[in-house]
Design a protein around this ligand. Structure first.
Ligand SMILES: [Ca+2]
Ligand SMILES: [Ca+2]
Ligand SMILES: [Ca+2]
Ligand SMILES: [Ca+2]
Length: 460
């Protein structure tokens, strides 16, 4: 239907061009500018279906009605302002308008506007209507751009004042306050809704100094359920219940069910907990090696299908619990970290997670050892190894030992790596070897866990 109409206009324009072309040019005709007419029908969409149809009755008993209360204005291609009241039959008629682009202005009853104006020209359903932009012109007015031609133009403009709210509740009836995403939809638009601070769980879309007024047609709601919840049910109504349908993750009713075109219908969205079916899953992020460590830095991450309650990491020695650590967590993923200091020795960490329904993950185990004791360094005796005494030497050798294994030494910052063993040594130190110098020397012995022992000596 729309396509044939568009083709019709195009054909008419083409015919006009063909007829106009052969006309001989004359001074008189070039100054006689072409004009056209514009007829505007304005209605209150009291049966809120976006169409002007007085045979349909809203639940309030009201029917669509012509609106002739406000003058209409047209700014023509030359910037001339045409100001019209409705004729006896309720139509606004602009005549002798120069052909070309023009802008129609229609006033709102209120300032700021508590209504929406829409172009319903040629519409066969509310899906065909479009919202008029609002501009300031002697107060806020709906504006519509029109190209005036010699054949005449007609427009059908409707007005609505529909509001829309969403009441979001949990299945136990408590309001779902503070939700991040509630959106209300009309026309082709979604409007982010904000919560009334005096009424938790009730959300409406606002524009500066006013509510968003919605186009008639399908009115929708979209809610992002919080973690662990899903939408159980969506109803809508005012003094009467409406039929709600789900489509594309949103819920809709037809505005034709609304009591009247200035009413404030409401969705009620009920959220319920998502049934929990899975145990949590745990991952040991740290440690990733057996150590030894000076202290244990443990990190256990967990996930769950609906929600976690806590993550636990317990430390055992010889099968006995020596330290318990845990973190209370919420949401479908979480992390537990702890730093544990215990006597030197071999340990295991056992870790798991519990979800909000009491399901416990598989318990996993990881073995590690702790070493917080500095290594030992003693001067080796025997002329072959050491010449001198009391910290002053011509030549010196050290025996090194650590239960958690010696890693390396550094002399005056020069590192000499050693194979990691409980017993080790560094022999025949004299000026020029391993970074040693004549005079004061500093040797730092490192164990695998990172503990250090510092030894100072003088070389002749
Ligand atoms: Ca209607
Ligand atoms: Ca679970
Ligand atoms: Ca050690
Ligand atoms: Ca080493």
């Amino acid at each position: 239907m729309k396509i044939s109409k568009t083709t019709g206009w195009a054909a008419a324009g083409l015919a006009a061009a063909l007829i106009a072309a052969p006309l001989p040019a004359s001074a008189e005709e070039t100054t006689d500018a072409a004009t056209g007419t514009l007829e505007v029908t304005r209605f209150d969409d009291r049966y809120a279906d976006g169409l002007f149809d007085t045979t349909k009755t809203a639940p309030s008993g009201d029917v669509d009605r012509l609106n002739t209360s406000h003058a209409a204005q047209l700014i023509d291609v030359n910037g001339t302002r045409h100001y019209k009241s409705a004729d006896e039959d309720g139509i606004y008629r602009f005549t002798d308008v120069p052909v070309g682009p023009a802008r129609l202005h229609l006033g709102y009853p209120n300032n700021p506007p508590g209504e929406v104006l829409f172009d319903a020209t040629g519409a066969t359903s509310a899906a065909d209507i479009t919202r008029l932009a609002t501009a300031e012109y002697f107060g806020p007015q709906g504006v519509l751009d029109i190209v005036i031609d010699e054949d005449g133009e007609q427009r059908l403009i409707g007005m609505s004042a529909l509001r829309l709210v969403a009441n979001v509740i949990f299945s136990d009836g408590t309001p779902a306050a503070g939700l991040a995403t509630v959106e209300l939809g009309s026309g082709d638009d979604w409007y982010p809704a904000t919560e009334y601070d005096f009424r938790p769980g009730t959300y409406e879309a606002f524009q500066p100094s006013s509510y968003v007024r919605h186009l008639p047609g399908d009115l929708g709601v979209r809610v992002a359920a919080p973690a662990g919840y899903r939408i159980a049910d969506v109803t809508a109504g005012d003094v009467n219940p409406f039929t709600v349908t789900e489509r594309d993750g949103a819920y809709w009713f037809s505005s034709s069910e609304v009591l009247n075109y200035f009413w404030n219908p409401a969705f009620t969205v009920t959220l319920e907990p998502i049934p929990d079916t899975q145990k949590p899953q745990v991952t040991l992020v740290s440690p990733t090696a057996a150590g030894p460590f000076q202290a244990l830095s443990v990190q256990v991450d967990a996930t769950d299908d609906t929600g976690l309650k806590r993550i636990v990491a317990n430390i055992y020695r010889n099968g006995k619990l020596v330290k318990s650590t845990q973190t209370a967590v919420t949401g479908t993923s979480g992390s537990h970290t702890a730093t544990v200091t215990l006597p030197d020795g071999d340990y295991t960490v056992k870790y798991n997670a519990e979800d909000v329904t009491g399901k416990i993950s598989e318990t996993r185990t990881f073995a590690f050892s702790l070493d917080a004791t500095a290594p030992k360094a003693t001067v080796k005796n025997g002329k072959h190894f050491t010449v001198g005494e009391e910290g002053t030497y011509d030549l010196v050798s050290f025996k090194l030992s650590d239960a958690g294994k010696i890693d390396k030494v550094s002399i005056n910052g020069t590192v000499k790596d050693l194979s990691n063993n409980a017993w080790s040594d560094v022999n025949f130190i004299k000026p020029g070897t391993f970074g040693a110098v004549a005079g004061e020397n500093t040797m730092v012995v490192h164990d695998v866990a990172g503990n250090t022992q510092t030894v100072t000596f003088t070389l002749n």
